[in-house]
Design a protein around this ligand. Structure first.
Ligand code: 15L
Length: 265
């Protein structure tokens, strides 16, 4: 069955470029958006340049659509004012547009940095309190709470994806735990768009890695079953980084290097 009329924000970003061609054949219409230049529209697509801070533009983007995959915004740590505009105000504008235009489901790209100050020797699940590791992580925690409010108050369903590290390969030893392959990312987004009932759900986005810090049992209802694993990359990544400094906060905490970014002034 078709996914219907779907908006993809952040379409020019790293994961937007991965998901765009994978979503397109499954949609009646895929409307893609970013502030950066995008590939011209393929058949079944519309391309709309829109800044997430621009409320009327975001309202127009969601008009007549069924669902949103919201990847747009800053995807790494930045000074607070930049995060405030792109992530906090931007995500508010997306939910407000969904309310005004009757969009029923949003798949929200949250991040593992919502819980980046849990330790790497702990296994956590999404029912534990947030422990953001910076302004970026704080903005994603806000987005998850915003999603919960719009579900409780207006019945708009969300799946908040606490994405680990989604790259072609795990780049370092930390990513042996946090890696999400592109094929598993696609499975996760499809499960989030098609599960019959999601309410307000939070799920960690990770592949079937042998060692990991995240237990997705509370999100079993999504039916996400990762098929890939970081294990084939282990020997090479361990050889490249044979010694870990166990006093380094980036080694102690799940957020890795994000936990020691800033202050910015
Ligand atoms: C994120 O949230 C970032 O968007 C991404 O660039 C990675 O750094 C990832 O987290 C990670 O934790 O590896």
């Amino acid at each position: 069955p078709s996914l219907g009329r779907v908006v993809l924000t952040g379409a020019a970003g790293a994961l937007g470029r991965v998901l765009r061609p994978r979503l397109r054949p499954r949609c009646t219409l895929l409307r893609v958006s970013d502030i950066a230049a995008m590939e011209p529209p393929a058949s079944g697509e519309e391309v709309v340049e829109a800044a997430l801070q621009d409320r009327p533009a975001v309202a127009g983007l969601l008009q007549g659509m069924d669902a949103v995959v919201h990847l747009g915004g800053l995807s790494t740590e930045h000074p607070f004012d930049a995060i405030l505009q792109a992530n906090i105000l931007g995500t508010y504008n997306v939910y407000e547009a969904a309310r005004r235009h009757g969009v029923k489901r949003i798949v929200y790209a949250s991040s593992n940095h919502v819980t980046g100050f849990y330790r790497q020797d702990q296994v956590i699940d999404a029912t534990l309190p947030a422990r953001p590791d910076g302004y970026y992580g704080l903005s994603k925690a806000f987005g998850e709470d915003l999603a919960r409010f719009y579900f409780d108050r207006y019945g708009i369903e969300s799946v908040c994806l606490r994405i680990g590290s989604s790259f072609p390969e795990p780049k370092d030893r930390r990513m042996l735990a946090t890696w999400l392959s592109y094929d598993d990312l696609e499975r996760l987004v499809l499960a989030s768009l098609t599960a019959p009932v999601v309410g307000h759900s939070i799920v960690y986005g990770l592949s079937d890695n042998k060692a990991s810090w995240w237990d997705n049992t509370p999100a079993r209802h999504l039916g996400f079953r990762p098929q890939d694993s970081s294990e084939p990359f282990r020997a090479a990544r361990e050889a490249a980084q044979p010694v870990l400094d166990r006093d380094d906060p980036a080694v102690i905490y799940q957020g890795g290097a994000f936990v020691r970014m800033g202050p910015f002034e």
